[in-house]
Ligand binder design. Sequence first.
Ligand SMILES: *[C@@H]1O[C@H](CO)[C@@H](O)[C@H](O)[C@H]1NC(C)=O
Ligand SMILES: *[C@@H]1O[C@H](CO)[C@@H](O)[C@H](O)[C@H]1NC(C)=O
Ligand SMILES: *[C@@H]1O[C@H](CO)[C@@H](O)[C@H](O)[C@H]1NC(C)=O
Length: 327
Amino acid sequence: MRSILMLMLSITHTQSLSSCPASCVVCSDEAVICHKLSNIIAAPVTTKALMLTDGTIVSIDHHFLSIMSNITVLSFSHNTIATITYDAFWNLTVLHTLLLDHNLLSSQALGGSTFSWLQRLVILHLGNNALGEINGSWFQATGALRTLQLEGNRLTGLDAGTFASADLQGLETLDLSDNLIAYLGKDSFRGLPQLRSLDLSRNQLQSAPPEAFVYLSFLSNLNLELNKWSCTCELRDLASFLNKYTEAPQKVLFNGRKIVCVSADNPAVTTLLELTEANCVSPNHNITVMIKANASISTQRYTRDLALAAVFCFAGKYHNVCLLMPL
Ligand SMILES: *[C@@H]1O[C@H](CO)[C@@H](O)[C@H](O)[C@H]1NC(C)=O
Ligand SMILES: *[C@@H]1O[C@H](CO)[C@@H](O)[C@H](O)[C@H]1NC(C)=O
Ligand SMILES: *[C@@H]1O[C@H](CO)[C@@H](O)[C@H](O)[C@H]1NC(C)=O
């Protein structure tokens, strides 16, 4: 049985070399690099790098890949992949880099077994897909992973459960930028003790607990800019942590002093790091509507504005909206 299989493989091998598609820039025994394909082509069993990018491939299944047991680099970047069969990456035990960015992968497309063969995987790029949530079970057998790119997806929050079942003890770089993350729990990164670089820029965070970062002792590259920071007293501890962090040698907070407050009850506070005990305004303070004495205002308008103010203050209760009457 095995010898028949080997024979078939060697025929495939010869055919694939002699029929290298025109859009391939490299077709050798060890590397196949092609653009604009609509299918995964049968590359030689000896292939070490297979890069089929910028095409219209819609799914990955195992028929073509499992035979390439020495493959170390696999890229399907910039295709339209929406499905990956559970056995797609079987036997790829020496795979080092897997690039699946710029595709149409949803969270449902990945499962506990998708990456389970990839014990030597170091770099995994899942950026610019349609992932709505992370399931730690995807990473339960990827203990060698150092870089995980998840930017440009639809992630909305991270909590203690996110990486709970993951084996990411050695992960050093995590890119979560350009998602829809509005919630960050204290223990979101608990399973990632070696994290050095964390990018949370371009998300929807109004606040974040400093505890989420405190225990990341190797963290030296943090990016929090372009979120929806609401600079009330609730963020005082985060600001204080970040000020200490930036003062430590070798620690970088990207664009640190320029992290903008999208809302702040105290108009004097425009950036997150400016926030202190002394200048912060409590998110739960009693809102006082300030109305300038103005003789020309009719009683009717005055009453209407007061009613509006009450409505806005109520609606703003959880968003710390401070309202000053425009009189
Ligand atoms: C994989 O690499 C090993 C060691 O270089 C080699 O002996 C083996 O033939 C290769 N296998 C394939 C399928 O190319
Ligand atoms: C892949 O691994 C499975 C399980 O170890 C094995 O049965 C199968 O023959 C392998 N497939 C190839 C194409 O090497
Ligand atoms: C994560 O995936 C596992 C296995 O596929 C599944 O049993 C579990 O329900 C998933 N968890 C969540 C939160 O979706």
